[in-house]
Ligand binder design. Structure first.
Ligand SMILES: Cc1cc2nc3c(=O)[nH]c(=O)nc-3n(C[C@H](O)[C@H](O)[C@H](O)COP(=O)(O)O)c2cc1C
Length: 399
């Protein structure tokens, strides 16, 4: 249900004060509830659904809640320092924006808005290879904060060209996602009316009509499509122009199940950092190190791939114990305290996917900065409670 006026919340941060937003949307759950009213139902289900009975969603939450940190008393005044160094770069905060396919379907212009926020806030922005914008499209806004996420192209020439384009556009870190060996079933998404091949049915049109801000935004940006994939679909003679996430040409062009050789080949082709995303098993760490991974991203893809997977935070400590490589953690982070839980459990950096899109859905262009401030304040407040002046103090506070 979206009956919010189109102009609401689409102004720049200056016109609606940060304090006003803080009173109206103090927590991520407030942004999520508001976004749900402003995003058409079938799109919401794409953003918010997991696979199967969605037990991973609950498992991520329960396992994060079970991570306890020791409170501290009489430690005097503390001004927590959130800055960190990760993969050779300095960051003011230890969190960033995870790659989300078809971001621009979830909220019109999402990729540009997020890349812009990342560049101005100095945090990494992960661009999905199945986003609605290409690396070239974002070269002017992403600055030095671009990470490019690869779903591996089958065709070696396409692969080389995609990597070249990402590099030329300034994306310096490559993220190879490995937890999508096959397409997953997203039953709630299917129930929501997102059909394959994509089609705007009368039911979907009705949902769009109820969300004027979203509909007007799409009117301005144009119908969302996987522009990067479409470029090659056109070259390779496959049908193009899908309006909604299509697995038809994506499945043909992208090899969803890369093998170890694929990773080794990639290592030879890419001279920047390579992050392998979607690792839950400490047993594969030696092979990842041998293949030349620069960092490991511990993730269960927010439960979208495998409903029998462990909570991502549960998998983290064993992976930490198995390697000295930098670790990223994601899946189910809903606030600053969850970021601290990830860092205390062995992560060096934490990424968030859906929360940035809840923020965009709720507040449009104002959303990312508001979410960012919320996460920062939440971290600072909780670090004060546990007497942590630096991020490196966190593991010792783990109970
Ligand atoms: C709608 C949606 C689309 C996603 N698309 C991709 C993708 O294209 N590539 C990828 O590596 N991960 C993708 N992910 C996973 C995110 O990168 C990230 O691992 C996950 O969202 C983290 O959990 P969180 O949303 O609870 O923060 C997607 C997640 C969502 C919610």
């Amino acid at each position: 249900m979206c009956f919010v006026a189109a102009s609401d919340h689409n102004t720049a941060m200056g016109s609606s004060s940060a304090e006003h937003l803080n009173v109206k949307f103090p927590a991520l759950s407030d942004l999520k509830a508001h976004a749900r009213r402003r995003i058409p139902h079938f799109v919401w289900e794409y953003l918010d659904s997991a696979t199967g009975a969605e037990t991973v969603t609950a498992r991520n939450r329960a396992a994060l809640d079970a991570v306890l940190l020791r409170p501290s008393i009489l430690h005097g005044e503390i001004a927590p320092d959130l800055s960190t160094r990760f993969l050779g770069r300095d960051y003011p905060v230890p969190f960033g924006i995870a790659p989300v396919g078809m971001s621009g379907l979830i909220w019109p212009g999402a990729e540009r808005l997020l890349a812009h926020h990342a560049a101005s806030a100095g945090i990494p922005y992960g661009l999905s290879s199945v986003a609605t914008q290409t690396p070239d499209d974002l070269a002017d806004v992403v600055g030095d904060q671009g990470w490019f996420q690869l779903y591996p192209p089958r065709d070696p020439e396409m692969r080389a060209d995609v990597l070249r384009r990402a590099r030329d556009a300034g994306f310096h870190t490559l993220v190879l996602t490995v937890d999508v060996p096959v397409a997953s079933r997203r039953e709630r998404q299917t129930r929501g009316g997102l059909v394959q091949p994509p089609r705007i049915t009368p039911r979907l049109a009705m949902q769009v009509a109820r969300c004027p801000a979203w509909a007007m935004g799409i009117g301005k940006t144009g119908m969302p499509r996987m522009r990067l994939i479409d470029d090659y679909a056109a070259r390779l003679g496959k049908p193009t122009g899908g309006v909604l996430p299509s697995t038809a040409h994506v499945g043909y062009l992208l090899r969803t199940s890369p093998d170890w050789q694929y990773l080794r080949d990639l290592r030879a082709l890419w001279d920047g950092a390579i992050v392998v995303k979607g690792v839950l098993d400490a047993g594969v760490v030696p092979d990842l190190e041998a293949a030349g991974a620069d960092a490991i991203w511990v993730s269960n893809h927010a439960g979208r791939q495998f409903d029998g997977a462990p909570a991502s935070i549960t998998a983290l400590p064993a992976i930490r114990a198995a390697t000295t490589l930098p670790l990223i953690f994601d899946s189910g982070v809903m606030g600053g305290l969850d970021i601290l839980r990830g860092l205390a459990s062995g992560a060096d950096f934490v990424m968030l996917g859906r929360p940035w899109h809840y923020a965009l859905g709720a507040l449009g262009a104002d959303g990312p900065a508001h979410l960012h401030a919320m996460l920062e304040k939440d971290m600072i407040s909780n670090m004060g409670q546990i007497g942590a002046a630096r991020l490196s103090d966190l593991p010792a506070r783990l109970l």
